[in-house]
Design a binder for this molecule. Structure first.
Ligand code: GTP
Ligand code: MG
Length: 200
């Protein structure tokens, strides 16, 4: 399940502009600033494959990266970017929803959830939307290294509360993995998990 090679393929502004290809792919989804681009870089062990930023809203397009010439990892714009005007947020959701509903080669969504903050309604809404549309997802908790915590709650406490809220809506809790792009926590586990999903 190791990564030998990563190639940036293209950025698409619309679902129908995505590469026409039958190789399997994983989409990385989550709030702005949750660490989507950083996770991609940590997985491939390269600093700037995917561009990251301290300011939310860095990734604006659907970005396809081809791994080992055999599967794609897709960096998406974040949702819930508070500073975006409502109109832009609407656009975002219709174009990203179009991608999720029409991309036949999508084997799974990695839904990134920031473990350094308490559960956010927008993440639960997103998980429920994916669930209703039968899109397989894995929760990837990010920033598990962060010990400077919001409201005095540690990452493991935030994760536990989030999971309790998810359990209210699912008969089976989707798989989940704890990660940190800083320490590399969860990297091997996530790569193994993705290789199992591809071969399923
Ligand atoms: P958008 O493209 O704006 O949606 O953001 P994104 O989800 O791609 O986030 P990005 O990877 O650009 O990271 C946002 C910020 O969080 C950066 O300052 C990162 O350095 C920081 N960050 C990302 N992952 C981690 C992590 O695991 N631990 C810590 N401590 N910081 C992280
Ligand atoms: Mg990004």
């Amino acid at each position: 399940s190791q990564i030998k090679e990563v190639e940036f393929v293209k950025s698409s502004g619309r679902a129908k502009d995505c590469p026409k290809d039958d190789r399997p792919e994983f989409a990385i989804l989550g709030r702005s600033n949750v660490g989507k681009s950083s996770l991609i870089n940590a997985l491939v062990r390269k600093k700037e494959v995917a561009l990251t930023s301290k300011k939310p809203g860095k990734t604006q397009l659907i970005n396809h990266f081809l791994v080992n010439k055999s599967w794609y990892i897709v960096d998406l714009p974040g949702y819930g970017f508070a500073k975006a005007p409502d109109a832009a947020r609407m656009d975002w959701s219709s174009f990203t929803k179009g991608y999720f509903l029409n991309r036949e080669t999508l084997v799974g969504v990695l839904l990134l959830v920031d473990a350094s903050v308490p559960p956010q309604k927008i993440d639960l809404d997103c998980a429920n939307w994916l669930g209703r549309n039968n899109i397989p997802m894995t929760f990837v908790f990010t920033k598990c290294d962060k010990m400077k915590v919001a409201k005095g709650r540690r990452p493991d406490e935030n994760i536990k509360s989030f999971q309790e809220l998810i359990r209210e809506n699912y008969q089976q809790h989707p798989p989940w993995i704890m990660t940190s792009s800083v320490t590399g926590l969860g990297r091997d586990e996530l790569l193994l998990h993705m290789s199992q999903l591809r071969n399923y």
